[in-house]
Ligand binder design. Structure first.
Ligand SMILES: Cc1cc2nc3c(=O)[nH]c(=O)nc-3n(C[C@H](O)[C@H](O)[C@H](O)COP(=O)(O)O)c2cc1C
Length: 275
């Protein structure tokens, strides 16, 4: 049973919690906000009732509204976020040192606030934190690519892996760029929107990590390699068999510094519809 508690000393009966509930399971019929018992099991656990109450009178799922962060005057200025989005770059040169575990944890804890379809919140974050594991994974992926190339098992659109392998044999890591960390987001195929959930989470992480001074790279090559050449490694990473994987990210302390944004304003493809 969903716990929904209204502090009647604070509640002004404004009805905001009723109006904002996406599944309409809160009613003011008894004079005070209350759950409609017959439909309480439809609760999405989105906590909108707690977040929207101007008085901070609603506790839901055992969450005390006083423990939430206040939003009044606390959002970043528009220009700050614009610069973050425009200034984020793909980083392909990393320092070898590890990002502190606490930093990774903090970034992922905030990332887990990203929206998910039907508020499913089932995204699993698989993160490689230590250098030895990253090295084993790198070697394992490259061995699997070698086997697939030698056995001519790859579809034509993945022919480029032969070139990536040649570069690897000459000491160049085109896939992981010698980054110290890898982040894979995955979610059950049975979730309402698994791939969207994972990509939204990773995009959120991407911006948070950039803002924290880290460098990130989306690695479509790794996605293709894990899917086509090395599904056994996905299992070894502890990712459940029924999970869909989104394109992974590598990240770390950058060994490159960008001094200005690129210029893409003119690249906007806009379809302004008036019907
Ligand atoms: C889904 C996705 C997959 C990508 N895969 C790779 C990759 O495997 N290797 C790589 O070097 N860059 C990869 N990139 C980075 C893009 O090449 C890069 O985002 C683009 O060139 C624009 O540069 P910017 O990120 O610095 O703005 C990928 C980007 C995305 C969004």
């Amino acid at each position: 049973m969903v716990s929904f508690v209204v502090d009647r000393d604070m509640c002004t009966r404004c009805g905001e919690c009723v109006k904002d509930c996406p599944v309409q399971i809160i009613s003011l019929e008894s004079g005070w906000p209350a759950l409609v018992m017959e439909r309480a099991d439809q609760c999405l656990e989105c906590q909108h009732c707690l977040a929207v109450c101007p008085a901070g009178a609603v506790s839901v799922l055992g969450r005390n509204p006083a423990a939430s962060q206040s939003l009044a005057g606390a959002l970043p200025a528009m220009e700050v976020l614009e610069t973050l989005v425009k200034g984020r770059r793909s980083v392909r040169r990393f320092q070898p040192e590890a990002v502190p575990s606490e930093t990774i944890r903090r970034l992922l804890t905030v990332t887990a606030h990203a929206p998910t379809g039907k508020n499913h919140r089932g995204v699993l974050f698989t993160v490689v934190e230590d250098g030895a594991t990253m090295e084993r994974l790198r070697q394992g992926v490259m061995e699997a690519i070698r086997e697939a190339v030698e056995q001519e098992r790859l579809p034509p659109r993945l022919d480029f892996f032969a070139g990536i392998l040649k570069a690897w044999d000459k000491g160049r890591d085109i896939i992981f760029r010698r980054a110290p960390h890898l982040l894979i987001a995955s979610a059950s195929r049975n979730a309402p929107t698994p791939v969207a959930d994972c990509l939204i989470a990773l995009s959120t992480f991407d911006l948070l990590a950039t803002n924290a001074g880290l460098g990130t790279l989306w690695v479509g090559f790794a996605h293709a390699a894990l899917g086509h050449c090395a599904p056994h490694l996905v299992r070894q990473l502890g990712i459940p068999d029924d999970h869909e994987l989104a394109c992974p990210l590598v990240f770390g302390v950058p060994a490159v510094r960008f001094h200005r944004t690129v210029q893409r304003d003119a690249d906007l493809k806009l379809n302004r519809v008036v019907w």
